[in-house]
Design a protein around this ligand. Structure first.
Ligand code: NAP
Length: 258
């Protein structure tokens, strides 16, 4: 039985690394993002005998596009791995920093599209008797994030949804993993206007390959949460033992610009 791995946000950064890892492991790929040219180039790069690669461009900030993506991807194909990786954020004060359109884009791509694809994928995976869902969250999901309030809130949603659904699926052949990276070397910071943010000076951002490898391995073994890197593990753990208000004050400083 031929099965497929669907990867969102496959045009750059972590998504490209997930695609490379999946290709290395012999998976057939469905690659999606908005940038068709980049997806086509990646598909050409990864093409080899015996592996099929399909490119379906889609704007995941639009529900009709998310639904079209799932319909096109899953009609006549059995998807047994879903990598919900597409995501974006934007730096700035909540009240005055960003337009509503931009905040909506973060919320719909990071939360709504991810949840929709999960909800469609799970029954199909259960029907074929196997499934791995890898949701890319962030260490941002463990703390409120002044200066990036909506982004942190969307990632808290991803962590919470992933853990809850993973528990609901206990005993089923389908697992859900939340990958919670800290700063990683991708185009994300530039897109989010994060130049000068103190967080990025705490240590060298991890390579996208290493972060993707940690997530890919964790999903393969069905681990629920994975935080790659020692400093990120500390960032994820500290909020558990620090009073919530103090955590938020520290986060404001760390997420502020020099
Ligand atoms: N880099 C970090 O430091 C870091 C840390 C923690 C978590 N993360 C998370 O890691 C994931 C991957 O990000 P990255 O670091 O690899 O950043 P990136 O290089 O900016 O990649 C983001 C991906 O999301 C896609 N995307 C953005 N808006 C989209 C939309 N409206 N519709 C469809 N696709 C869209 C982009 O493709 P197109 O522009 O072609 O559509 C791109 O492929 C995100 O969920 C991010 O929140 C990143």
């Amino acid at each position: 039985m031929q099965t497929w791995t669907l990867i969102t946000g496959a045009s750059t950064g972590l998504g490209v690394e997930f695609a490379r890892l999946a290709a290395r492991d012999g998976h057939n790929l469905i690659l999606t993002a908005r940038s068709k040219d980049k997806l086509d180039a990646l598909a050409r790069d990864l093409a080899s005998d015996g592996r099929d690669i399909v490119v379906i461009p889609a704007d995941l900030s639009r529900q009709d596009e998310v639904e079209r993506l799932w319909a096109e991807a899953s009609t006549d194909r059995r998807i047994d791995v879903l990598v919900n990786n597409a995501g974006l954020g934007s730096h700035g004060d909540f009240a005055s920093g960003q337009t509503w359109a931009r905040e909506m884009q973060s919320m719909t791509v990071n939360m709504t599209a991810l949840a929709y694809l999960m909800k469609q994928a799970i029954p199909q995976m259960e029907a074929i008797g196997k499934g791995r869902i890898l949701n890319v969250a962030s260490v941002a999901g463990f703390t409120p994030g002044p200066n990036m309030a909506v982004y942190h809130a969307t990632k808290a949603f991803v962590v919470s949804l992933s853990e809850a659904v993973a528990e609901e699926l206990r005993g089923s052949p389908v697992t859900v993993t939340a990958l919670c990276p800290g700063p990683t070397q991708t185009a994300f910071f530039e897109a989010a206007d994060m130049g000068g943010v103190r967080l990025l000076e705490l240590g060298k951002p991890m390579s996208a390959r290493k972060v993707a490898e940690a997530g890919w391995l964790a999903a393969r073994i069905g681990k629920r949460i994975v935080v790659p890197g020692a400093l990120n593990k500390v960032l994820a753990f500290l909020p558990r033992i620090t009073p919530r208000q103090l955590t938020t004050i520290i986060a404001r400083k760390v997420m502020g610009k020099r």
